[in-house]
Design a protein around this ligand. Structure first.
Ligand SMILES: [Zn+2]
Length: 319
């Protein structure tokens, strides 16, 4: 396989967002990814870019402007408390909080996906991986939840349609948790096909049945391993993606379905992530000039996360 030009988008602010000691969605996740890509030399094959911030208007392509304003309001509250000499968190739900750096991280996480979309559409890179946090796929049109503030992938999809004029965009979500936010935003939008798999029943409890015909949801029982999941993908995802003929593919790349990840109970391993990514690349090459933008979602066992992202990025880059 010949090498592909793959972009790698991130921003230092994504490292500074944190939700309190012991929270699994921690800054060290990005260190684990960078360390692994450095140690293996994979980073040298990537086109590294520092992401811009997304504007409120861009985020509102996927979100209710009231949600953007509410998050901005929390940012102001936190800033006032910091100015008064404290260090404040604003809790959004039992799992999700903002610190003084969270706004910057969230708007750069979205900005990375938008920048990656621009770079892929311009042909500067064939595909891209966004090493960003907070993750996004649980954030609904009107609400932050489940470690997520803004839905980066859903915003990217709407940006590709709205700003680049694409008519058919696919989303692939292999995080162990159902991408309820992306489904909430994109269900019923005939310009979009979303294929997902997720442990079920499990957090956040949604996904079965899907909200609309453009959602291909595969609920998977706990302890299912790679071979069974590959068979489900071949039977359910690939024919739908083939028939849809996407002009671009976004990936919500969560790695918490890895067998070593304690936040889920599925049994994927690195080779499965390579296989899934290779299948998505096949679809993208047949229909979308290879255009893929992948963005980090979950993945909480730091060692497994580093290895899984390496495997995924190697596949994207054809290494
Ligand atoms: Zn997850």
């Amino acid at each position: 396989m010949s090498a592909t030009k793959t972009g790698y988008f991130s921003h230092p602010s994504c490292r500074r967002h944190e939700m309190g000691r012991g929270h699994p969605e921690c800054p060290e996740r990005l260190d684990a990814i960078e360390d692994r890509l450095l140690a293996t030399g994979v980073i040298d094959a990537l086109d590294r870019r520092q992401a811009r911030e997304a504007s409120d208007e861009e985020i509102a392509l996927a979100h209710d402007p009231m949600h953007v304003a509410a998050v901005r309001g929390l940012r102001e509250e936190i800033a006032e408390q910091v100015a008064a000499g404290g260090y404040a968190y604003a809790h959004i739900d039992p799992d999700t909080a903002m610190c003084p750096h969270s706004w910057d991280a969230a708007v750069h996480a979205v900005g990375a996906v938008l920048d990656a979309t621009d770079a892929v559409m311009a042909g500067e890179v064939e595909n891209a991986f966004c090493a960003v946090r907070p993750p996004g796929h649980h954030a609904t049109r009107g609400r932050a939840m489940g470690f997520c503030i803004f839905n980066s992938v859903a915003t990217g999809v709407r940006y590709a349609i709205d700003r680049h004029g694409l008519k058919r965009v696919a989303v692939v979500d292999f995080d162990v948790h159902h991408g309820n936010g992306t489904e909430d935003i994109l269900a019923g939008d005939e310009r979009v096909l979303m294929v997902g798999l997720f442990q079920h029943p499990f957090y956040p409890g949604s996904g079965d049945p899907p909200l609309a015909a453009n959602m291909v949801n595969l609920p998977v029982p706990a302890y299912t391993k790679g071979p069974a999941i590959r068979a489900m993908i071949e039977a359910e995802w690939l024919p739908r993606l083939e028939a849809f003929r996407p002009e671009m593919v976004f990936i919500s790349a969560g790695f918490d379905a890895h067998r070593e990840d304690d936040l889920g109970q599925l049994g994927l391993v690195e080779a499965d992530y390579v296989w899934i990514t290779d299948r998505v690349k096949d679809i993208a090459h047949r229909h979308a000039q290879g255009r893929i933008v992948s963005s980090l979602e979950g993945g909480y066992n730091l060692d497994a996360l580093g290895r899984s992202v390496e495997a995924h990025v190697r596949s994207l880059a054809g290494l």
